[in-house]
Design a protein around this ligand. Structure first.
Ligand SMILES: [Fe+2]
Ligand SMILES: [Fe+2]
Length: 317
């Protein structure tokens, strides 16, 4: 990925951060800082972008016009969030037209969870309650601790909108959980979506690779800490709704523990965890992520085909 020419050394960057100043422009960045910030922005931008077709797929099952309206408002927010992150990347010298419209689907860098279709209104609102909560957890951490000024300021708006998305999910879940049938359907969604969101936070700290994310202050909490933050509100929500999730608060350590084999094998065709086969290695998870899941090509195609179609139309003129 081509990027702009930097103007500082790693030591300059760290000095600036120690002085409590934010990094504002490329000439204040070192090569490693630029590469690191582009990597984390790409994940964020791709995640926001792909959530749009994923949510749209499910929003078509909205139970009312009003409900469809709030789902499309969320989709519009997500496209706005994607636009912010790609715009910041463009200012850092990335060819975002190429990145968005010409990149192969498998090279997009969003969580595997979005590669699994959301097929109903119930799955959409559980995604709002779980996935948007994961986004809120990650971006809230970036907002508090990032040293990249332009992103920090942009995240004020994103943070507020993500709060709306996860409340939308919670409110709908509470409404649906009032009946036994509703609770059963929520439970079926939670059964496959909970562990996919736990995975979302990435490798455990002892296996983690990109150390510069912490050194340069791109984020504050580690993967395992972020997972704990997410569980600290997601698990109580499930409990309040009368739903079973494979995690509980360990009173002695004050931490949430996952009490099923994890990480585990996922049967993506049937959207079900093969917990009976026991835990697998993170290498197994990484290779599933790398292969991407069933909706990857379709969602990327949804984003890319409009531009291609228009270009063909204009070329024919
Ligand atoms: Fe978002
Ligand atoms: Fe969101």
């Amino acid at each position: 990925m081509a990027a702009a020419v930097t103007g500082a050394s790693d030591a300059d960057v760290l000095d600036r951060i120690r002085d409590g100043k934010l990094i504002e422009t490329v000439d204040q960045m070192s090569d490693a800082y630029l590469e690191g910030i582009i990597r984390i922005l790409t994940v964020s931008a791709d995640t926001e972008l792909i959530s749009a077709p994923a949510y749209y797929n499910a929003a078509r099952h909205a139970p009312s016009l009003n409900a469809f309206g709030s789902a499309t408002a969320i989709i519009q927010d997500e496209l706005g969030h994607a636009h912010i992150a790609y715009r910041l990347m463009r200012d850092l010298g990335v060819d975002t037209e190429e990145v968005i419209y010409e990149r192969a689907p498998a090279r997009f860098k969003y969580p595997y969870a979005f590669d699994v279709a959301l097929d109903s209104w119930v799955e959409l609102v559980v995604a709002n309650a779980f996935y948007d909560r994961a986004g809120f957890t990650l971006l809230g951490d970036v907002f508090r601790t990032t040293t990249f000024g332009p992103w920090k300021r942009a995240l004020v708006k994103v943070d507020k909108e993500e709060t709306f998305h996860l409340r939308h999910g919670e409110n709908w879940c509470r409404k649906i959980a009032q009946s036994a049938e509703g609770r059963d359907e929520l439970q079926r969604a939670v059964d496959w979506m909970f562990l996919l969101t736990i995975e979302w936070f990435g490798l455990p700290d002892d296996l983690k690779r990109h150390g510069e994310q912490l050194n340069f202050g791109f984020k504050g909490q580690s993967n395992d800490e972020l997972r704990q933050t997410w569980m600290s509100t997601a698990v109580p929500l499930a409990k309040e709704l009368g739903l079973e999730v494979p995690a509980r608060l360990d009173e002695t350590s004050g931490k949430y523990v996952i009490d099923c084999p994890f990480p585990a094998q996922f049967d993506v065709e049937n959207k079900r965890w093969l917990l009976g086969e026991g835990a697998i290695s993170w290498d197994g998870v990484l290779s599933r992520w790398k292969d991407r899941g069933p909706m990857n090509e379709q969602y990327v195609e949804t984003i890319q085909r409009g531009k291609r179609g228009l270009e063909q139309l204009i070329a024919q003129a």
